[in-house]
Design a protein around this ligand. Structure first.
Ligand SMILES: Cc1ncc(COP(=O)(O)O)c(C=O)c1O
Length: 370
């Protein structure tokens, strides 16, 4: 006889766990509104799609999908280390950077004793993985101008702070921190505290003072950097991210990691993506051009766009954000309402190809009756 589910003991953290709330999918919206064409500007994906170099490699490697990948993905780690100019001993790849976030929490934080610190709002996975591990998640509000509250994060940290997450450029604001300020935070934290700077969107920065902490890592023993292939490299669906970590921590994370979580095709695609400089440069060009266009059009529509160093823009429409979001959906444009980030009056739009950006602007104009 099967056991009734109610007798199974489930951890309280899992009982009430709120799942990740993703952007809506194209198919959902096509079905809901009977639309033939839908433009998705909701998840900060690469508007150019998959690099042709990567596509070719994926096709040629498809027949190997029945094999396990090489454990510990040494070729991928080597390619990542060379691309970033760091020792391979620092590199851990993951099933998306989400897996690296999860590993950091599991490896560093003692349930019921330690806590994780981050800004509010922030990328939801930092908090969700802390909570499911039984680790307290503490937050510090962003500054009123949406800059990251780095000084207050330093003040809030104590000997029980195992991990501080900072996203730069930040999601959903697009605001990037100065590298000097990030370094000051790293130095101000207790020695046992790891500062994880999530650089998912670092490729899109054009302010040199707000670039990566990568060149300073050697002198910052308590800093880890997170990168993803989901944005500038166009591989969101394959799931590939990486951490550049203090070598001793990388070693432990590699031992703890679920075997083969980076799949064989993601490994091959990642290596190929790092070699395709043409696609990468074109992605940056299209993003910067589109970002400048959207900034000026959103400002002209009184939508108060927040200047962004990323591949998305947060804005405040002059009418109720939820109604604007729904009006855009009915016209086949998916953007991201920010109520789940606690910013109910705001919307985030990803920078698309120019034709997509123009379609978004003309739909928004219609919705606003402008
Ligand atoms: C700040 C930030 N970090 C990490 C991720 C997750 O990236 P991945 O697709 O590599 O798991 C995202 C995805 O949107 C993000 O915005």
């Amino acid at each position: 006889m099967s056991t009734p589910i109610s007798t199974i003991s489930v951890r309280p953290e899992a009982q009430g766990f709120k799942p990740y709330s993703p952007g809506l999918s194209i198919n959902e919206i096509k079905q809901r509104y009977g639309l033939a064409q839908v433009i998705k500007l909701a998840s900060n994906e690469n508007p150019l799609g998959v690099s042709p170099v990567v596509r070719k490699v994926l096709e040629s490697k498809a027949a190997l999908a029945f094999r396990y990948p090489q454990c510990g993905y040494p070729r991928l780690r080597q390619a990542m280390a060379e691309a970033l100019g760091v020792d391979v001993a620092r590199i851990v790849a993951g099933n998306g950077s989400d897996e690296i976030i999860d590993l950091l929490v599991r490896v560093l934080c003692r349930p019921g004793q330690d806590h994780v610190l981050a800004a509010r709002p922030c990328f939801s996975v930092y908090g969700s993985q802390a909570l499911i591990c039984g680790v307290e998640f503490r937050q510090v509000d962003l500054n009123p101008d949406y800059s990251l509250p780095l000084t207050r994060l330093a003040e809030m940290a104590d000997e029980r702070t195992a991990l501080v997450f900072v996203t730069s450029p930040d999601n959903p604001t697009g605001v990037a921190a100065k590298t000097d300020d990030l370094e000051a935070l790293a130095r101000a934290l207790p020695k046992r505290t790891l500062l994880a700077v999530d650089e998912a969107y670092i490729h899109f920065v054009d302010d040199e003072q707000r670039a990566s902490l990568l060149p300073r890592l050697a002198s910052l023993p308590n800093v880890a950097l997170l990168r993803t292939f989901s944005k500038a490299y166009g591989l969101a669906g394959l799931r590939l991210g990486l951490g550049v970590l203090p070598p001793e921590l990388a070693d432990i994370m590699l031992r703890v990691q679920i075997p083969f979580s980076v799949n064989l095709l993601a490994e091959e695609a990642g290596i190929a993506a790092l070699s395709d400089h043409i696609f990468y440069e074109e992605t940056l060009r299209v993003t910067r051009e589109g970002r400048a266009y959207l900034m000026s059009e959103l400002a002209a529509l009184s939508c108060a766009p927040q200047p962004s160093q990323s591949n998305f823009i947060m804005f405040t429409p002059p009418q109720e954000a939820k109604a604007v979001f729904e009006g855009l959906l009915r016209r086949g444009i998916i953007v991201r309402p920010l109520a789940s980030y606690g910013l109910a009056d705001k919307i985030r739009v990803s920078v698309g190809r120019m034709d997509e950006n123009q379609a978004f602007v003309s739909a928004l104009r219609e919705v606003l009756g402008a």
